[in-house]
Design a protein around this ligand. Structure first.
Ligand code: AMP
Length: 114
């Protein structure tokens, strides 16, 4: 199976502006930011999307949320507020088939999303 663009970032085959990394995940700036702060938190193992997540991924999924919180704090939006988004499947607008958590902040975000 062809590597996803995020796997290529994890493997340092393409560049990214990395803000955090540990043994389980990596976080980097979104290349097409939708807010002043827009980072992605990506697990190093391939889970294609939330639909494909399994019970065995429970701890990893929790870790991704805690790292989303850490990234928000690193980026200075933990007090002003931020949004954490996981798109899963066609109607969500998902474009990269490698589970990722968006962290968006730095402006007042609208609800409901478009
Ligand atoms: P989604 O639409 O939820 O699948 O989100 C995919 C996100 O990945 C989009 O916000 C893209 O802007 C972002 N993206 C795609 N390619 C790259 C890249 N090479 N580096 C950083 N972000 C990327």
């Amino acid at each position: 199976m062809e590597k996803t663009i995020f796997q290529k970032i994890i493997d340092r085959e393409i560049p990214a502006s990395i803000v955090y990394e540990d043994d389980q995940c990596i976080a980097f700036e979104d290349i097409d930011p939708q807010a002043p702060i827009h980072c992605l938190v990506v697990p190093k193992i391939l889970i294609v999307r939330l639909r494909e997540a399994k019970d065995e991924h429970q701890a990893l999924l929790g870790h991704l949320l805690l790292i989303a919180k850490k990234v928000a704090k690193m980026k200075g939006v933990d007090q002003s507020g931020y949004r954490v988004v996981i798109n899963s499947g066609k109607d969500s607008g998902e474009s990269v088939p490698h589970l990722h958590v968006h962290v968006l902040g730095g402006r007042s975000l609208q609800w409901p999303p478009g």
